[in-house]
Design a binder for this molecule. Structure first.
Ligand code: SAM
Length: 212
């Protein structure tokens, strides 16, 4: 069984996401072996696809927006946190208690590691919190509309939370299952990315508020 902490340390390098240079994350890049490993090779090592090893365009845009506008709320959830980028931005932007949720144990380890490196406090859960309410005033969603069953469950829950008064912010570069209605566009960024990940070098990515 591969140890997540050890795996992260030997397969990533510290980097600053281009749109959020004030945050340092341990991510994959061309010089670490993880970049070249296929999903099959990783599965043989007991490692799920390493979404946590990249700062996705949606997460970068949302982190930038939060850092520039502040997020002075007592309790905030970053759902599908991956590397922890958005949760770390929320903590830096003034949020009180920040919970990062990701069902991948490697992501959970990466979030804790990256939060500590940035000197911020972020709690981590591996529970699937869709459908739950722990009194979060804001729910943050970085690049989560890439798969239909997940997006459908997620949007039903987020719509209910927004109706109940939560601020639901989503960063998205136009993924297939991002909602076409019920969102207000707040800001747009050009996010530098890589051809390996996105098939292009720049992705126009927006931050939206759901349910307004
Ligand atoms: C494309 S990545 C986005 C990561 C990060 N938000 C960003 O923008 O860089 C999607 C993440 O969602 C996580 N995920 C998928 N289903 C989930 C669920 N039901 N609950 C929590 N996390 C989930 C995956 O493990 C992965 O880390």
């Amino acid at each position: 069984m591969t140890d997540p902490q050890e795996f992260i340390q030997s397969n990533t390098a510290p980097q600053h996401p281009p749109l959020v240079p004030e945050i340092r994350l341990h991510l994959a890049n061309e010089i670490v072996p993880l970049w070249r490993k296929t999903e099959e090779e990783l599965a043989a090592e007991g490692v799920p696809p390493p979404y946590w090893a990249f700062a996705w365009a949606g997460g970068q845009a949302l982190a930038r927006y939060i850092l520039d506008h502040g997020l002075n709320l007592p309790s905030v959830l970053d759902f599908g946190s991956g590397s922890g980028l958005v949760a770390i931005a929320a903590a830096k932007a003034g949020a009180g208690h920040v919970l990062a949720a990701d069902i991948d144990p490697f992501a959970a380890a990466a979030i804790a590691f990256n939060a500590a490196e940035n000197g911020v406090a972020v709690s981590v859960t591996q529970d699937d919190v869709i459908g739950e309410d722990h009194g979060w005033q804001a729910i943050l969603i970085g690049d989560m509309c890439y798969e239909r069953p997940l997006a459908e469950r997620l949007l039903a829950w987020l719509t209910a939370r927004a109706k109940a008064g939560a601020l639901v912010l989503m960063g998205d570069p136009g993924r297939t299952y991002f909602p076409k209605t019920g969102v207000e566009k707040l800001a747009t960024y050009n996010v530098p990315t890589t051809r390996e990940l996105e098939d292009r070098e720049m992705r126009e990515t927006s931050v939206y508020r759901l349910g307004v």
